[in-house]
Write a protein that binds this ligand. Structure first.
Ligand code: ATP
Ligand code: MG
Length: 732
């Protein structure tokens, strides 16, 4: 057999890993060394050379995007489709198991997925039921508690409050939460995993079936698996089927969500026959970028320790831009992107990476002004927008009438005269009788327990849902979506309620949902014959919400958080907002463990770049409605000076280099101190008045001569940048 395509273009240790006999394997290697490539080639090898059926392979990656990419690469390598191969994310695969075995998993066939926002809403309601004060028990934190317990595999009955009253309350909420989810037929993200783990653990027949089936289990980004995911893998693999794990301890960035680097150490303990392979050649980044990454990560302790090298040329140095503020940062980057495109390059080879989702907004508006197409991954995710979730809630309720969270969301939305008191009564009955809200509502109409007005309003809602159910049954998916939006009157509602652009934007999004449904390809899955198109679409919406927007095929700049950039690569990378308190994140600076995780995140960011890396920070930044004056990130000082070209705006004379600036601790801006005069005679902090905008305070200044501008925070008009020669500002 000709195996050359599979082993070609692999170096020696890569080949060794790809062609190893079936045995537990750990490929431990730095960024860009070809780990994912090895995994893909390994699968091709198993299929082609070992003659393993695609049905016998289970491969887990971190994002749906990566999973799709992986499938595509295997098919290209083999030159044929590989149906039957299970390749997906932990959540996606767990969901699949539960859909296939909903009965055994004790779920209704129409169970729905509860996303993080729905989960928090539900916790809120339960806190109310239990008469716990939201201020003392912030719903987000309570949800976090529940998720963390599930990630450890603990159900409420496994937990011991050890006499701690706070723990006791939390466990009580968890208990009620669990009971409610079960009654509603909804499953949160952590539950997908835990439930499918319990399914395979407790149902020995199924366990035997899957262990018999999946002869090979492969996992990418192994360093970021949490305890539950690792247990899940081990359970499926059993003792007889080898796990092929690839990962990099230096890229572990989900510790805050329970990921355990220790899994890497445990792996070799759990599988003593495991063969570890290290890859050291980096094929992604040019020399200077790689050297910078190596130098940075060297500041972490307790690493498994590896050095990456490349035989690529040094390439360009890293560029560092010191911006005045976040707008200046966005403007500079816009300029660079224009240049990049003018030079004949693709926008899709450019990535903007940032620590916090909120940073994307300024880029979005600057790109819009400059007509630069972009795509945001994560952030305000399409499927998570309020209006989209409204429409989905109608669809979900028609498909699963027990779905209380959806019921709650839409029972009086758009408003139809069902007041909070009426809903409270419904809730109360539902709670005492332990029945879904829908059933209670349907009976309420004739029960005589409600006022005529309330009963009438509930009746209209019940009728509406029944009508939807009736009318959409035989329609194709996108017409179902269209019909539900129209019967619910969502568009009219938004247009009337939110005048102008906001309302129109929501309508556009609803139309986009119809488009998404139209473009949705429901692949009839032999293993899931009962899954209809709508259920499949709803699961897709819940599971893929976080990953990008519909691909219009346009050449777009890619924007995402550093966390979602894992595993990806781009010719040109902008790493933005390198400021203390933003990156490293404020919450991590006082904790060595978390600080190291931030550094790994920075390492992930740097190693995404192939040819060009531009790093930027702003002296002043508006974020989350606050103005911050943070010193440059400590990570900048950890980059060897000779690798970095500092780009300084020409007009700045008062700024010192990021290296000379004092180390963190203070929140006081190192240059531009209040009171320091700009060339024009105005100073930061000075009170001024403007003919049109009234009085305000100068908060920033840039440029000189005819280009001198100041930013003024006006008392009524808000913040504005003004060119001094035109503004005729008066000192007050
Ligand atoms: P990360 O840690 O970021 O996930 P990785 O170790 O998974 O990185 P890959 O994405 O598999 O690395 O590979 C990085 C780049 O190097 C890819 O473009 C890949 O095609 C290329 N590459 C890997 N190995 C080789 C090789 N032997 N010859 C040529 N190119 C290679
Ligand atoms: Mg990879």
């Amino acid at each position: 057999m000709d195996v050359s395509p599979i082993l070609d273009e692999l170096n020696k240790p890569q080949r060794e890993a790809v062609s190893a006999p079936p045995q537990p394997m750990l490929v431990l290697a730095g960024a860009g060394s070809g780990k994912t490539r090895v995994l893909v080639h390994r699968i091709a090898w198993l299929l082609e050379v070992e003659g393993i059926s695609p049905l016998s392979i289970l491969s887990v990656t971190f994002t749906n995007k990566a999973a799709a990419e992986m499938r595509g690469r295997i098919q290209r390598l083999l030159g044929m489709p590989v149906g039957g191969l299970w390749c997906g994310t932990f959540h996606g695969l767990a969901h699949r198991l539960l859909r296939m075995h909903w009965r055994e998993a004790n779920l209704p066939q129409t169970f729905q997925i509860l996303d993080s926002e729905d989960q928090i809403r539900m916790v809120k309601r339960l806190l109310k039921t239990l008469e716990l004060d939201e201020n003392r028990w912030p719903p987000r934190q309570v949800a976090g508690f529940i998720n963390a317990r599930k990630d450890e595999g603990s159900r409420p009955q496994h937990l011991d409050d050890r006499g701690d009253p706070a723990q006791r309350e939390l466990i009580r909420v968890y208990s009620l939460y669990e009971e409610t989810c079960q009654r509603n037929g909804v499953v949160d993200f952590a539950e997908l995993l835990l439930r499918s783990l319990e399914l395979l653990r407790d149902n020995l027949e199924l366990q035997a079936h899957y262990r018999n089936r999946f002869r090979h289990v492969l996992v990418d980004e192994f360093q970021d698996t949490n305890a539950l995911q690792y247990a899940w893998l081990r359970l499926i693999a059993g003792d007889q089927n080898p796990i092929f794990a690839v990962g990099d301890d230096d890229q572990s960035i989900y510790g805050w969500r329970g990921a355990k680097i220790e899994n890497i150490h445990n792996f070799t303990r759990h599988y003593p026959s495991c063969v570890t392979i290290r890859l050291e050649q980096n094929y992604r980044s040019s020399g200077n970028i790689l050297k910078a990454a190596n130098a940075l990560i060297d500041n972490n302790r307790g690493r498994l320790g590896k050095k990456l090298w490349t035989d690529d040329r040094d390439g360009e140095k890293l560029h560092l831009y010191a911006a005045f503020n976040e707008l200046d940062e966005a403007r500079y980057i816009t300029g660079r992107i224009k240049q990049w495109v003018d030079d004949g390059n693709l926008r899709s080879d450019v990535a903007i990476l940032y620590r916090s989702n909120a940073q994307s907004r300024v880029f979005e508006s600057t790109f819009n002004e400059n007509r630069i197409p972009y795509r945001v991954y994560g952030g305000l995710r399409f499927f998570e927008r309020a209006e989209i979730k409204d429409a989905l809630a109608y669809l979900r309720l028609t498909s699963n009438l027990a779905d209380d969270p959806s019921f709650e969301r839409i029972v009086n939305h758009p408003p139809r005269g069902i007041g909070e008191r009426t809903v409270d009564m419904l809730r109360q009955i539902a709670r005492t009788e332990r029945r879904p809200l829908w059933e209670v509502a349907a009976e309420a109409v004739d029960s005589g327990e409600f006022t005529a007005r309330a009963a009438g309003a509930i009746g209209r809602f019940v009728h509406l849902i029944r009508q939807m159910n009736e009318e959409i049954k035989s329609l194709p998916l996108y017409e179902q979506v269209e019909a539900v939006i129209s019967l619910a009157g969502l568009k009219e509602h938004f247009l009337a309620k939110e005048k102008g652009e906001t309302g129109q934007a929501r309508v556009d999004n609803l139309n986009e949902l119809v488009t998404a449904a139209n473009g949705y390809v429901h692949i009839q899955d032999d293993e899931l014959p009962d899954m209809d198109e709508l259920s499949s679409f709803l699961a897709h919406a819940a599971l893929e919400a976080g990953e990008g927007q519909g691909d219009a095929g346009e050449d777009c700049v890619q924007m995402m958080t550093l966390h979602s950039a894992k595993g990806l690569e781009f010719s040109m990378v902008f790493l933005c907002g390198l400021e203390e308190g933003l990156f490293p994140h404020q919450m991590s600076v006082n904790e060595p463990g978390r600080l190291e995780e931030e550094r790994r995140l920075c390492y992930v960011g740097i190693t995404r770049a192939e040819q060009q890396l531009v790093i930027s920070y702003a002296e002043q930044r508006q974020l989350h409605g606050q103005t911050r004056f943070n010193p440059p990130s400590r990570f900048l000082q950890e980059l060897p000076e000779e690798l970095v070209d500092e780009i300084r705006p020409k007009v700045q004379t008062y700024q010192t280099s990021y290296r000379a600036q004092a180390r963190p601790a203070t929140n006081v801006r190192p240059s531009h101190r209040p009171g320091s005069q700009t060339e024009s005679g105005f100073s930061i902090g000075q009170q001024v008045s403007h003919a049109k905008f009234g009085e305000g305070v100068i908060t920033n200044a840039e440029g000189a001569g005819a280009h001198a501008r100041v930013e003024v925070n006006f008392e009524t008009a808000g913040r504005k940048w003004l060119v001094l020669v035109y503004a005729s500002l008066q000192k007050v």
